[in-house]
Design a protein around this ligand. Structure first.
Ligand SMILES: Cc1cc2nc3c(=O)[nH]c(=O)nc-3n(C[C@H](O)[C@H](O)[C@H](O)COP(=O)(O)O)c2cc1C
Length: 359
C-alpha cells in the first residue's frame, strides 16, 4: 500500500471519522501543521508523492495556524513541490469560509509546483447540507456517510493519479479579446510561440456569435440536452466551443482582469460547461491560464478560474497552471522586462506536463 502524508490543521469533531476513512484506503503518516514543510517526503522516482491536507475552519474563519502554513508554502519556493500531488479535505463549522480557504491553499501549493487530480476537494460545511446530493446519488444513509464516502473517493483519485501524456497534445486556446489591442492575446501568442512543435493548437474566440449565459435548467433538462451534445441555447458555445473542450487535452484560457474577475463571455462559457460536466464529457483535460491585469489583482482572477474549473468542474490542475502579468497600455505586455523568458518557462511547463517523452 502506498503511504499518504496527511497534514492536519485545526480541530473538528468529524476528524475521527475522516481519519478512519483515510486509514481504510492507505498507509498514513498523520502529521500536524507544525510538521509542515519538514514532513514532506522526498520525491519518489515513480509517480507523484501524494499529500493530503485536512483543514478545519471554525466560526471565525481561517486561523493563525492556517495562515502560517500558507506562508510557509509560499516561502518554500517555486519548485519545492514539483512531483507532489495533493488533495484537500476542508471542514467548516459554519456555512462560510470553506471555499475561500481551499482556494488560498490550492493556489499557494500550485505556485510551489504541486499538481492536483480531478476533483481534489472534499468539503463539509457546518450543516453538511452541501453533501446532500452525494448522499442521494450514492444512496447513502447519512451526511456523515457521504463525507466518509467522498474522502475515500478522493484518496483513491490521489493515489491513482497518473495524468496521461501525449505524443501530439491538443491544446485549445479560448479568449474573448480584441486582437489588435489586447495585451492578453499578445502574451498568449508569446507562450504559443515557445510551445513544442508537436502540439496541435486550436484557438477559438468566445466573441463569435451571441453568447448566452447558462439558463440553469433543471438537472433532467440539462442532461437531456447534454446527451445530444447540446444545451437549451445551442449556438456557438454548444456547436463549436464545448465539442472543442471535449476533444482537447489541455485548455489555455486567456483572461484579462475585468473588475477583479474573468470577463462576462468567459463566465458564460464556464457556466455553460455544466452540460459537459453532467454528461461526464471531461476526461483529464488540464487547465492553464494567462491572466493580464492593468493594475493588480491577477491572483484573484486566477483563483476564480481555478475554483470554477478544477473545484466545481473536473479539470486537472497541473503545476504552475497560471502566468500572471500586469500591463495596461496597448503593447505593454510584450515589453515587460523578462517577459519572453517567463512566457518561455510557462510554455516549457506545459511541454513537460503533456508531452509523452518528458519526465
Ligand atoms: C471593463 C474593464 C475592467 C477592468 N478592470 C480591471 C481591474 O479590476 N483591475 C485591473 O488591474 N485592471 C482592470 N482592467 C484593465 C485590464 O485588465 C487591462 O487593460 C489588461 O491589459 C488586460 O486587457 P487586454 O487584454 O484587453 O489588453 C479592466 C479593463 C476593462 C476594460
Amino acid at each position: 500500500m502506498q503511504t499518504l502524508t496527511v497534514f492536519s490543521v485545526g480541530e473538528d469533531p468529524r476528524l475521527r471519522r475522516i481519519e478512519t476513512s483515510i486509514h481504510k484506503k492507505s498507509d498514513v503518516r498523520w502529521l500536524s501543521d507544525e510538521s509542515f514543510p519538514d514532513g514532506i517526503p522526498n520525491a519518489s522516482e515513480a509517480g507523484f508523492t501524494p499529500l493530503l491536507f485536512v483543514v478545519a475552519v471554525d466560526d471565525f474563519g481561517i486561523d493563525e495556524d492556517f495562515v502560517r502554513m500558507l506562508r510557509s508554502i509560499r516561502v518554500m519556493g517555486k519548485d519545492a513541490l514539483q512531483g507532489c500531488a495533493a488533495g484537500v479535505v476542508l471542514l467548516g463549522s459554519t456555512e462560510l469560509d470553506t471555499k475561500n480557504a481551499v482556494r488560498e491553499l490550492i493556489f499557494a501549493l500550485n505556485l510551489a509546483g504541486c499538481a492536483f487530480p480531478e476533483r481534489p476537494l472534499v468539503e463539509a460545511t457546518g450543516s453538511m447540507r452541501n453533501l446532500r446530493v452525494t448522499m442521494r446519488t450514492h444512496a447513502l444513509e447519512t451526511l456523515e456517510d457521504a463525507l466518509a464516502f467522498s474522502v475515500e473517493g478522493l484518496i483513491e483519485r490521489l493515489l491513482n493519479f497518473a495524468p496521461v501524456r501525449y505524443p501530439n497534445p491538443r491544446l485549445l486556446v479560448l479568449h474573448a479579446s480584441d486582437r489588435p489591442t489586447s495585451n492578453t492575446l499578445a502574451l498568449g501568442d508569446l507562450v504559443l510561440d515557445a510551445l513544442d512543435a508537436r502540439f496541435s493548437v486550436k484557438t477559438l474566440s468566445l466573441r463569435n456569435g451571441t453568447i448566452e449565459d447558462c439558463r440553469g435548467c433543471p438537472y433532467a433538462v440539462c442532461s437531456h440536452y447534454a446527451e445530444k451534445g447540446s444545451c437549451f441555447y445551442g449556438g456557438s458555445i454548444s456547436k463549436e466551443v464545448i465539442p472543442a473542450v471535449q476533444e482537447c487535452d489541455a485548455l489555455l484560457l486567456l483572461l484579462p482582469n475585468y473588475n477583479d474577475a474573468v470577463g462576462a463571455n468567459v463566465t458564460a462559457f464556464i457556466n455553460r460547461l455544466t452540460s459537459l460536466h453532467i454528461s461526464g464529457g471531461l476526461s483529464g483535460q488540464r487547465l492553464y491560464a494567462v491572466v493580464v491585469s492593468g493594475y493588480s489583482g491577477g491572483d484573484i482572477v486566477a483563483k476564480q478560474a481555478m475554483g470554477a474549473l478544477c473545484l466545481n468542474r473536473s479539470f486537472l490542475l497541473p503545476p504552475h497552471f497560471c502566468l500572471m502579468e500586469t500591463a495596461n497600455d496597448p503593447g505593454e505586455a510584450v515589453r515587460l522586462p523578462g517577459i519572453r523568458q517567463r512566457a518561455a518557462s510557462f510554455a516549457a511547463q506545459i511541454n513537460r506536463n503533456l508531452l509523452a517523452d518528458q519526465l
